[in-house]
Design a protein around this ligand. Structure first.
Ligand SMILES: NC(=O)c1ccc[n+]([C@@H]2O[C@H](COP(=O)([O-])OP(=O)(O)OC[C@H]3O[C@@H](n4cnc5c(N)ncnc54)[C@H](O)[C@@H]3O)[C@@H](O)[C@H]2O)c1
Length: 334
């Protein structure tokens, strides 16, 4: 076994943070998790799970106390496309506070390595106008033209990480996630992402019925299963690579194909009803993994179908447990 470290995971009550805590504990590390809330669907196995608001400087100092080796900074105010296109001010303010305070508190407490969770939303929007998009390379974030709100604050925090290395020699890592999905992720309430939302819609639809799809369904994305994401995070932390790295798959699908895949996994025949007023985000987005492969000698490999075969049953079971599938199945197909 590798040497045990003292690790802080912020956002440990959230989707990726919770999975990361499970993995780090399984590897024998001491882990402190911090979040505004406990994980929704499964108790945390962190040695300490502290409820703190990391927008506050004093709370960031408390979170990073006690000889922490590594910080995985995953806390963020975020959600799916509907959420991030609606709440620009809240998201930009909250996350700028979290990231600037966490970075400085970690530096003052002599944390050895700090990983910042950025996003593919930092990429220039003009390079994502075509569904048949060229995969995005790390340098495509500049000249800067990111997603309003969420993309701008992520790109600014990336720059801050680079300045901390340049000026203070503080070890930082920058990871640009491309759409992560899997069990134990939010699947309702407005903060859910496309795969979870579509799994939910397919689960509640009667066989032969229909599902609503935002946009014309021809917009494209790539999706990464959460176990690949956690593996990548640990490898990037260990890598010594301080510049931004994509972490995603390059298995590009249209949203219509995603719906068809989920329907197949569910064993249902469904008609897609396109809601052209629904938010769709950029037209196409894919991850270029050339640099990731060069740096790590590894890249995410779990196929979308395999990941959905693990994710759909979990969401279906959640909905069954709260009696929501039985009710919806009474609604006749329009
Ligand atoms: N899931 C994805 O597809 C994806 C894609 C790109 C980037 N990311 C980034 O990865 C990270 C983790 O994402 P996730 O999918 O697990 O999201 P999530 O919403 O499940 O987890 C984020 C957690 O941060 C916590 N948080 C928010 N504000 C806080 C505050 N003020 N103080 C303390 N905790 C706070 C939330 O309560 C939540 O539990 C985020 O930084 C996100 O921007 C995720």
């Amino acid at each position: 076994m590798k040497q045990a470290a003292r690790i802080l995971v912020t956002g440990a009550g959230g989707f990726i943070g919770h999975h990361l805590v499970n993995r780090l504990k399984a590897e024998g590390h001491w882990v402190r998790g911090v979040d505004l809330k406990h994980p929704e669907y499964q108790a945390s196995v962190a040695d300490e799970l502290e409820i703190r608001d990391l927008r506050r400087w004093d709370e960031c100092l408390m979170a990073t106390r006690g000889s922490i080796d590594d910080v995985y900074n995953l806390a963020a105010d975020m959600g799916g496309i509907g959420y991030i296109t609606t709440f620009h001010a809240d998201i930009a303010r909250n996350n700028t506070l979290i990231n600037t305070h966490m970075l400085e508190a970690a530096r003052q407490h002599h944390v050895k390595r700090f990983l910042f969770s950025s996003s593919a939303c930092v990429y220039a929007q003009s390079k994502q106008k075509d569904a048949n998009v060229a995969p995005l390379k790390e340098e495509d974030a500049f000249p800067a033209e990111p997603e309003p709100g969420y993309g701008w604050e992520k790109l600014y925090a990336e720059e801050l990480c680079r300045y901390y290395w340049q000026d203070y020699k503080f070890e930082t890592r920058i990871v640009r996630f491309h759409n992560v999905y899997g069990p134990l992720g939010t699947y309702e309430g407005g903060k859910e992402k496309a795969p979870a939302a579509i799994c939910r819609k397919v689960a509640v639809a009667a066989d032969g019925g229909e599902v609503e799809v935002w946009g014309d369904g021809q917009q494209t994305r790539s999706f990464m299963y959460v176990n690949d994401c956690v593996e990548g995070l640990i490898r990037i932390m260990a890598s010594g690579h301080r510049d931004a790295l994509n972490l995603g798959t390059d298995e590009l699908v249209t949203i219509d194909q995603l719906v068809d895949l989920v329907s197949e996994v569910a064993g249902k025949r469904l008609t897609k009803r396109h809601n052209l007023k629904g938010p769709q985000g950029v037209r196409g987005r894919n991850s270029d993994n050339s640099l990731l492969r060069r740096v790590l000698g590894w890249e995410p490999s779990i196929l979308l179908r395999q990941g959905l075969e693990l994710t759909f049953p979990w969401i279906q079971k959640e909905l069954q447990a709260t009696n929501r599938i039985g009710v919806m199945e009474q609604v006749p197909a329009a």
